[in-house]
Write a protein that binds this ligand. Structure first.
Ligand SMILES: NC(=O)c1ccc[n+]([C@@H]2O[C@H](COP(=O)([O-])OP(=O)(O)OC[C@H]3O[C@@H](n4cnc5c(N)ncnc54)[C@H](O)[C@@H]3O)[C@@H](O)[C@H]2O)c1
Length: 258
């Protein structure tokens, strides 16, 4: 997809990867960029920079996602590209509470379901549209130290696959963004990005460049860190050997990971 004259929504657009995508998209002569975030002040700051519109949204609320889509379509026009990007890290091991599971499932998984539920029928009716869902390399591999992050990001990848399979023939294009460590507030408390930083920490601006290239090629998997492709091939090629390698990483990073 070329972004010229497109109406684009970016959730989690007030910070990190979402803010960098909004800034990068703005260089492509888009029609409108809606910067949506739980943190309205941050969304407003980014929207002001890119000449866009800020909207407050809690992506874990279906009613708020629906309202975001409806307000955007009414005021900016039909959404061409919806970037469901907001995400959180929460929880570590099996002791993680059910409340924390519910919270992270709401943001990292159900937000993508709500966006698709309310947008896909509209997009199909007008001949197509594009969903870009931010998952993580953890959604293809795993996340040492956080079962909640590993599981919810896998679910996000699985959902994106399913939408592509089920609605691809109706003009719905789907990409899933799966970076390793990116220099954003999300990894601020970690030591060099933790285990996700083994291949280096990318800037959000560099990730946004890879996203624009991936959207232009309409690639399902957008992998800013090229080594991730090799890791998933190794995983598929010999699962037990891959698990052995991951246990070595667990032994090395174990308790301080995430
Ligand atoms: N930073 C990394 O290393 C990394 C790596 C892989 C994947 N990711 C994923 O990238 C995405 C963006 O993360 P980031 O690194 O830019 O983090 P970030 O913390 O800088 O930005 C996340 C944004 O999402 C917003 N947000 C959080 N919960 C929300 C909610 N319920 N409703 C609306 N907005 C909400 C926050 O206010 C924030 O502005 C996430 O899905 C994250 O899991 C990040």
């Amino acid at each position: 997809m070329q972004l010229k004259d497109k109406v684009i929504v970016v959730t989690g657009g007030g910070s990190g990867i979402g803010a960098a995508m909004a800034r990068r998209f703005a260089q492509e002569s888009t029609k409108a960029i809606v910067v949506a975030d739980l943190n309205l002040a941050n969304a407003e700051a980014v929207a002001a920079e890119v000449g866009g519109v800020a909207r407050k949204v809690n992506v874990a609320s279906e009613a708020e996602i629906k309202a975001l889509i409806e307000a955007t379509e009414k005021e900016q026009g039909p959404i061409d590209l919806f970037c469901s990007n907001a995400g959180i890290g929460l929880g570590r091991g099996l002791e993680t509470s059910n409340e924390d599971w519910d919270t992270i499932l709401g943001v990292n998984v159900m937000a993508h379901v709500y966006a698709a539920r309310h947008l896909v029928p509209k997009m199909v009716a007008r001949g197509g549209g594009y969903l870009l869902n931010t998952a993580s390399a953890a959604g293809l591999l795993s996340q040492i130290g956080s079962v909640t992050y590993a599981v919810t990001k896998h679910a996000a990848v699985s959902l994106a696959e399913w939408i592509s399979i089920t609605h691809g023939n109706e003009g719905i294009r789907v990409s899933v963004l799966c970076p390793q460590a990116v220099d954003t507030p999300m990894i601020a408390g970690t030591d060099a990005g933790g285990v996700a930083g083994v291949d280096g920490i990318m800037s959000p601006e560099a990730v946004a460049d890879v996203v624009v290239a991936g959207l232009a090629e309409e690639k399902f998997l957008i992998l800013p860190h090229p080594s991730v492709r090799e890791y998933i091939q190794r995983k598929a090629g010999d699962y037990d050997r891959w698990l052995g390698g991951m246990r070595k990483l667990q032994a090395r990073y174990g308790q301080k990971a995430v």
